[in-house]
Design a protein around this ligand. Sequence first.
Ligand code: ADP
Ligand code: MG
Length: 740
Amino acid sequence: MTSVSRLSAIETSINREIRKIERPKDSLGNALPISEYFGQYAFGLDQMKSKLSTEGFEQLMNLVKKGKSLPKETANEIASIVKDWALSHGATHFCHYFQPMTGLTAEKHDALISTKISEQGQTQVIDRLTGEAFLQQEPDASSFPSGGMRSTFEARGYTAWDPMSPVFIIENTNGKTICVPSAFISYSGYALDMKTPLLRSIQSVNEAATSFLKLVGDVDVKSVDVSLGLEQEYFLIDRAFFSMRPDLVMTGRSLLGRASTRGQQFEDHYFGSIPSRVLSFMQELEQEAYRLGLPLKTRHNEVAPSQFEVAPIFENANVSTDHNTLLMDMLRKVAQRHKLVCLLHEKPFSGVNGSGKHCNWSLQTDRGDNLLEPGKTPHQNLRFLAVLSVILKAVHEHAALLRAGIASPGNDHRLGANEAPPAIMSIFLGDTLSKICDRLEKGEVLEDSPAETVISLGVAHLPAVSKDNTDRNRTSPFAFTGNKFEFRAVGSSSNVAVPIMFLNAAVSASFRDFSAQLKELLDSGKARDEALLSLIQKSMKEAKAIRFEGNNYSEEWIAEAKKRGLPHLKNTPEALQVLGDEKRVSFLHELKILNPQELTARHHVALERYNKQIEMEAATLLEMVETSIIPPAEAELSRRSALAESLKAWGAKEPSFEGAKERKEVLSKLYSELLTQLASLKKDLDSASRMEDEEKRSLRLADKVIPSMEALRSVADDLEAQVSDELWPLPKYREMLFLN
Ligand code: ADP
Ligand code: MG
């Protein structure tokens, strides 16, 4: 028998009605195609161009392209256009939507009104949005983490409109608000957010890649942009179960819970038929996302039970990052309407796969060429190989920093857990490219080009499929997949602005280095192609250690990586130390992506967040054990003891008496083990929490407290298998994961 409270949650969850939504329709009642309502609730440069005066738009583009400030009248004109658009949709408020260093999004709403005083002295209201208010807001920023950059007495920070990212409307039950994607900067000009350094890094790659292309002869390329496509994984569970689990509510992951007998061993969930209730959720999510201009493309079941994925078509890295933060917000909100909870945590359930966010990254020129696309002409191929070696070098030289960029308490459970890439950075290129690189390195001439080959399927009515030049290797943290790199080690809840900023920075530095060497060779009179080829060879050799085609999950790889001198930073505190290592981060200062104060601030914030998170998890676990594990264990123990006593008193013979005694002893042993582990976690947590130095504290938490938590959990999970189902208060894995 199941406990009363769990039974009621199970009943609630299986009796949920599927939520039905209005689909957008034409006047005849026919469903509209997506293209008809896509971007209805977004206002970007395209719309601006059609509404703004020619001169105004030119000035706006001067701001976008050259950073020139906007004349006041133009700012007012823009604000007034946005206001009219907002009012036409029934919005009443606007907010600057920004990404403080918490990694979440923040917003402060203001009504779209101003007041004026009538001649009679009465207050009147007019609908208004001034240019000044539109461009810049001044939220009292003192409660956002600043990592020591801004003391509380200097609480001023301001948010500034990012014209490259479309303004959008958020609708909820009782009204609409327009959101203005913004950067968040301190009064003295320091970046207090995630977006500003990302934008700087995109600019830095743009400059470096463009001048490189000019050197190799592509003189008409004016700019290079970073493209990003983000595959988002997540779990969905019913709210009834969620609300009964303090660990999920407080920390986003289950700190306790015995793996169910069925996990993902049947491999039946991945790409399986999507449960109806979940599909309805996805459809509502997509409809809202389309209105906001998010080009969602793919939806499917993921590997673990109750795990799913959503992926948009790639966009430029700035917009794509904004859209992903918005998508994470929407996933949570739309799930609630379906009485579901969306868990974005990297490892909500142990024993089944965790969630990642694959970042598909490439570089596109303003002429529409993808620099990671093997080309059709010898020149394009040479250029492709050069860009490839630039990236190999970037990842090789800055592997530790890239590792630091994906460090989070959640991702620690995933990296290296035989389901996700390990905490060692390496690059997978696939068979064809690998062979080409090997030969280049040895100085052998290339006869065959890496151009796409076509495999005919041998069936007349099926189209020929163009063959990806790469194999699939799901174990690699950074894999080449045909015309882009896929950075797979990024965690599902992460704001990708951080890892992508580090990646861009590394690539920018590498381009600069490459260009400088190339320039030297050209100046010394070497022919261009020959110079380029020799540099490719050189850097392929230098970065050889970063290339790994084998199984990244294997023990041998860990040993091999060590031999190659690749950094293996096992957990967040170890990885974060990189941010304090001048040798490894000074290039960020030089490239003007993060100045020393900004970087130190990020380092502090990350450490502090790690410590707070682990301490909260440990405290939650202690409380749950005290209040939800010990009581049923004690009830079960007294039951078994009483039975053993009675049987003894009745003079019962074997096997019943012996059996009852043994059952009592098994439980009694687990019970005392639980008390021992509980005391030891308390002690470890206490001693870590008393450490003043945040870095030492983080290392202590990782080395002592987390293993103690695991030890305590393991006993509690054994108890779950012993204690009567009727007494167990916490929803079990099988209930949370298999009932949708
Ligand atoms: P895969 O199956 O290889 O993971 P998909 O084609 O499903 O790839 O694409 C995954 C993500 O990669 C999508 O968001 C897609 O838009 C994105 N993507 C495709 N091409 C590029 C590119 N050149 N640059 C960046 N992202 C890309
Ligand atoms: Mg993929």
